[in-house]
Ligand binder design. Structure first.
Ligand code: SF4
Length: 374
């Protein structure tokens, strides 16, 4: 089992909180696609004999990519990789970059999962986040998706911004539940210093994020998703039965994946590599068959730390038998010794052979994982 991620690095404008690699230009789309197609062919042996079960177009704004290019990319992937007959194919969309016709066309090409960056249904929140769309666009895209009848849809919401009151957050969740969509990714707003938002907060032009408010929103989120029959299967992800993101689960299950396009990351079980985060360089280096990525060989310590960090984020947790089997007894002893404190504090729980974060513990996942590292 394996997955393929394709990074589409174009956006119509830069959202204030955005820390992803994306450019506000569509000038180089043709050159990007040429380079991407070459990379697809050049790296066809990366996944070995693994079956590819998921393909994910992320970004950036993949819905900006002309449909003919999505078609060509999918065709080339099918020609060069061992893709199962019914892969999960996800494409991220932003509400102001897609219409019903394009949705139909993408569905015809085999895209069967749409991931929509709504973030909020309130205009003042969207302005704070620097999003291009407004609440009218957000509602329209939901209508269109319903009409096109996609097999799977997931929606992104953000909480924690100072414009979002508890009442407005509840309203966002009310709208989400009313759509019948079966997957939600809800992220606490994090402010990175180099982003537009980070700089505006630094200059005192915008109010920053309150940890107390964020925790309040998180508590509401956990309670209401549970009450509505969603499984909290990863810190920021909630799904109805059978509707987890198969692609993202790959990242949390120590499964191989290939990342294509500028800034994309790949993992083959023994090493990680990441492509250059510069579109011009990516196009040039790929075109000239020069090295366009950096690579890190993982030590046993790295692999153990990675396993703890990713599995702790999920509802299936850390398996102590796997730790002993794959990394050795000393790693298992280290884990068991350090986990005690969190069990006593109620931030983790033991379920037969696995150790999981409680809802409260999920708030401190990164800190707890770091304490469990070797
Ligand atoms: S649409 Fe996504 S990738 Fe593009 S600027 Fe906004 S957050 Fe960043």
């Amino acid at each position: 089992m394996s997955g393929i991620y394709i990074h589409v690095p174009f956006c119509k404008s830069k959202c204030a909180y955005c820390n992803f690699f994306s450019l506000v230009t569509e000038k180089k789309v043709d050159d990007y696609v040429e380079a991407l197609k070459k990379e697809i062919v050049d790296r066809r042996s990366y996944l070995g004999d693994e079956l590819v079960e998921t393909i994910y177009f992320g970004g950036g704004t993949p819905s900006l990519l002309p449909t003919k290019y999505v078609e060509e990319i999918l065709e080339l992937l099918h020609k060069n990789y061992n893709i199962i007959s019914t892969p999960e194919i996800t494409l991220e969309i932003n509400p102001d970059t897609i219409d019903k016709e394009k949705m139909f066309a993408l569905k015809q090409l085999g895209v069967n999962r749409m991931s929509i960056g709504i973030q909020s249904f309130h205009d003042d929140d969207l302005r704070y986040l620097g999003r291009r769309h407004d609440s009218r666009h957000a509602m329209q895209v939901l209508e269109d998706l319903k009409a096109v009848d996609f097999e799977k849809i997931t929606l992104d919401l953000i909480y924690g911004m100072p414009t979002l009151t508890e009442e407005k957050w509840n309203k966002n969740l009310d709208i989400f539940f009313s759509t019948g969509i079966t997957h939600l990714s809800a992220y606490a707003l994090t402010v990175e210093p180099k982003t537009i938002l980070g700089q505006k907060i630094e200059k005192g032009e915008l109010q920053g994020v309150s940890e107390e408010e964020t925790i309040l929103h998180y508590d509401v989120l956990v309670e209401r998703t549970k009450a509505n029959g969603f499984e909290h299967y990863e810190i920021s992800n909630f799904a109805k039965d059978g509707c987890r993101s198969q692609h993202n689960s790959i990242y949390w299950k120590d499964v191989k994946y290939l990342g294509l396009g500028p800034s994309a990351h790949s993992y083959d079980g023994n090493s990680r590599q990441w492509n250059v985060s510069n579109l011009t360089k990516y196009i040039q280096l790929v075109g000239n068959s020069e090295e366009y990525y950096e690579k890190e060989i993982l030590t046993l310590d790295d692999k153990f730390n990675e396993y703890v960090m990713t599995s702790l984020r999920t509802s299936w947790g850390c398996d102590i038998e796997k730790i002993e089997r794959d990394y050795g007894r000393s790693y298992a002893s280290h884990f068991l010794k350090n986990v005690k404190k969190y069990l006593e504090m109620g931030e983790m729980l033991k379920d037969i052979n696995t150790y999981k974060l409680t809802d409260e513990g999920m708030l401190f996942a990164d800190g707890i994982a770091a304490e469990l590292f070797v």
